[in-house]
Design a protein around this ligand. Sequence first.
Ligand SMILES: NC(=O)c1ccc[n+]([C@@H]2O[C@H](COP(=O)([O-])OP(=O)(O)OC[C@H]3O[C@@H](n4cnc5c(N)ncnc54)[C@H](OP(=O)(O)O)[C@@H]3O)[C@@H](O)[C@H]2O)c1
Length: 322
Amino acid sequence: MFAVYAESFSSDEPLTGLVVGERPDPTVPDGWTTVTVKAAALNHHDLWSLRGVGLKGEALPMILGCDAAGIDEAGNEVVVHAVISDPSWTGDETLDPRRSLLSERHQGTFADRVAVPRANVVPKPASLSFEEAACLPTAWLTAYRMLFVQGDLKAGDTVLVQGAGGGVATALITLARAGGLRVLATSRDEGKRAKALELGAHEVYESGARLPLKVDAVMETVGRATWTHSVRALRPGGSIVVSGTTSGPKLDDAELTRIFFLQLRVTGSTMGTRGELASLVNLLDATGVRPLIDRTLPMEEAADGFAAMAAGELFGKVVLTR
Ligand SMILES: NC(=O)c1ccc[n+]([C@@H]2O[C@H](COP(=O)([O-])OP(=O)(O)OC[C@H]3O[C@@H](n4cnc5c(N)ncnc54)[C@H](OP(=O)(O)O)[C@@H]3O)[C@@H](O)[C@H]2O)c1
């Protein structure tokens, strides 16, 4: 079948290991099903995979892609949940130490078909297009859990979103606004700051700029480049929810003194549960809120989407269609 896959790793030139070609049809273990992919979305995770982060050499060649929306074996329109937990695991699957994401141990979604455990499909409402639904399983689910589960934020709270242009960041701005929060956002780029305002941010600032107020929580996916600013932006007792380190995980200063003196909390967040994905789908269906799509490309042109993401040119999601 047609597939977009990683053949090798390069930390400096990740696109050299990307192949648009053919791979065998998926093998379908007991209790699993196949989904015919109509749309899939690109995540920074796919770029990390090509850099050799989170993917082992012995797993190559590996079909990339965590996100998909498509049609299941019974003809239903579905969204694929990307977190694969051990069959014996019960409870929150993001806490399963043996969990993986599609495209880490099991073949990913940038293909004609993807195999997933039967429990990993969620009904897609007719109100969402396949392209919109394909944005939800990774970036949007991560944003949902960061804000409303790990961040425990409520209507009326004030939140700062760092690095406004990213897939997770645009989801954070949109969902925070839909949840009744006051939303501040930063970006390195003036054009992206203007777009963040259009998307629903109340106020935007250059990365690192002094803010006129302290916030209840910061949503962090950038890491090293924004960490100090994130810690300094918080009111006493506030919290940082961190789910990524795009600019690198090695901090110049972890700001530990400020963290203990102001009694700040730092909380990790990774993906979300199947139940949270179903709630996110319901939220979009009920509110009319939709993922911001930067561009839609036929899957054959996936390399162009990867290149735009590597260059940091995006504002919103890249969707690949079949
Ligand atoms: N833990 C999880 O479950 C999970 C799930 C999804 C994503 N993630 C992680 O979260 C991160 C974002 O993912 P994504 O798919 O949203 O990636 P993306 O679409 O490529 O977005 C990255 C954003 O980071 C900001 N950024 C990058 N370098 C920066 C720098 N030096 N200074 C300031 N801002 C910088 C940029 O914002 P501006 O250009 O606007 O400044 C950019 O828009 C990745 O590291 C990814 O691995 C984790």
